[in-house]
Design a protein around this ligand. Structure first.
Ligand code: LLP
Length: 436
């Protein structure tokens, strides 16, 4: 399939990527040509648009205008410090899932009081660290975790603010690995057990119940599962509050999808207009709202620039071997995910178009980035893998002792290096040779 190839020499935006466009023959992020960045910094290279992140955030902010709401960026989507700084500076809180993420937020200038700590397996030391930092809320996922958190808080002479994550048992209609709100998932507590578990939590001395939480999955492109989940959660709010436990906030998690491949998720403001209507109808319009979006804030703000190393024609397939791999872009290997792949230079008069599997140099058949793509390429050409702002760098690895890529943040015509290329020495720094 041919992707977004421009025809005219004018500005041509890429669908779903508001600040990434061809200006004439050249693909740009904001005002900067990607070919220039590749020449200066080498490839593979992640480039993020600050304006695209702020525009994505603005859609949520419009959606919540006039409401008591806190947007907590789910930083697992992209936890680079330069990215966190943007959201901290814009007043966001953060959804974290580890002590390491907590340290990152604090290093980036985030406000501890606006942090929520999610995840099924928090350790005692992570709980201690988060309590001492004074985070806003622990989203607790089991009775066993309530017990441990209460003990840890008591041992510090503190009360841990808690929400319980409920599993609303709705199908978000997304990839099974990123669906989290069904009964068979490891996440949250079952709907039918929730009231009892809240009553239990309210008795524990080290806890202060402050809210309720749900998150049903990721890359959701339809409003219906959200509306269903909201109904299920509000039913619980009614019964929990009727039992005498006040809930100061409702956290609806993250999960809103982005356009990878002609996907049409609702815009954040449109989705929230629908959800807020339901909240109002059910009489909860005044409650404080929390949300935990990740992908929808950063996914389409980033690209990964890569160079074609070799073109390898085959009997059944042609391969386009690039210098980015599954260690940089793990989503195709993990979820058969689609990322659009486009050339940095729109027109290639000298090269015929052919069908390729775009693959990396790693010694695994799973190391593919795109399949059956129509591309007009030759060795030395550069490509941009789109929608690479979320769950790429943050899920990257050093497999095959490949250093992690450079990351750049573009702000208008300014370019900030937010991560330098990782060397083999960087990778070996924590290892020790044995005295043989
Ligand atoms: N809150 C909780 C509790 C979560 O588990 C997640 C994502 C989010 C918020 C943010 O969801 P988002 O708005 O980004 O959809 N690696 C996968 C996605 C895993 C999502 C895990 N949880 C991927 O590359 O598609």
């Amino acid at each position: 399939m041919s992707q977004h190839l421009p025809t005219a020499s004018a500005v041509q935006a890429l669908p779903g990527h508001p600040f990434i466009a061809y200006q004439g023959n050249e693909l740009q992020v904001e005002d900067v040509r990607l070919s220039q960045l590749a020449a200066e910094h080498g490839t593979p290279l992640f480039v993020y648009s600050k304006a695209a992140m702020l525009a994505a955030l603005a859609a949520y902010q419009r959606g919540f205008a006039g409401r008591h709401a806190q947007i907590c960026y789910a930083m697992k989507a992209n936890s680079s410090l330069g990215v966190l700084q943007i959201f901290a500076d814009a007043g966001c809180g953060f959804d974290i899932v580890s002590g390491g993420e907590l340290e990152r937020v604090l290093a980036a200038g985030g406000d501890a009081a606006k942090i929520i700590f999610s995840g099924v397996g928090k350790t005692r030391s992570e709980m201690r660290q988060a309590l001492q930092a004074g985070i806003g809320c622990f989203n607790v996922e089991s009775e066993a975790e309530l017990d441990v958190l209460s003990q840890v808080a008591e041992s510090l002479g503190l009360k841990a603010p808690v929400s319980i994550r409920v599993n609303p048992n709705v199908d978000p209609k997304t990839h099974p690995y990123i669906s989290t709100g069904l009964k068979d998932n490891k996440f949250g507590v079952a709907h039918e057990d929730t009231l009892r578990i809240y009553q239990y939590a309210a008795e524990l001395k080290g806890l202060q119940v402050v809210g309720i939480d749900c998150h049903i999955g990721s890359q959701i492109t339809d409003a219906t599962p959200y509306l269903d989940a909201m109904d299920r959660v509000l039913d619980l709010v009614v019964s929990i509050e009727a039992s005498g436990i006040a809930l100061a906030h409702i956290d609806f998690g993250g999960g809103l999808g982005i356009n990878y491949n002609n996907d049409t998720p609702p815009a954040a403001d449109a989705l929230w207009a629908q959800l807020l209507r339901k909240l109002d109808e059910r009489g909860f319009g005044q409650k404080k709202l929390m949300i935990e979006p990740g992908r929808s804030l950063v996914g389409n703000a980033g690209v990964c620039v890569t160079e074609v190393l070799y073109v390898k024609p085959g009997e059944h397939k042609n391969f386009c071997i690039i210098d980015a791999a599954m260690n940089d872009l793990p989503r195709p290997a993990m979820y058969q995910a689609f990322h659009a792949i486009v050339p940095l230079l729109a027109k290639h008069v000298d090269t015929p178009e052919a069908r390729y599997d775009v693959v990396g140099p790693i010694c695994e058949s799973g190391d593919w980035i795109g399949r059956d793509r129509m591309l007009a390429i030759k060795a030395g050409d550069q490509l941009a893998v789109l929608s690479a702002g979320a769950y790429c760098m943050s899920m990257s690895s050093n497999y095959n002792t490949r250093g992690r890529a450079v990351e750049l943040l573009v702000d208008g015509s300014k370019v900030h290096v937010i991560r330098v290329r990782e060397s083999a020495a960087d990778q070996m720094r924590l290892e020790k040779l044995v005295a043989l």
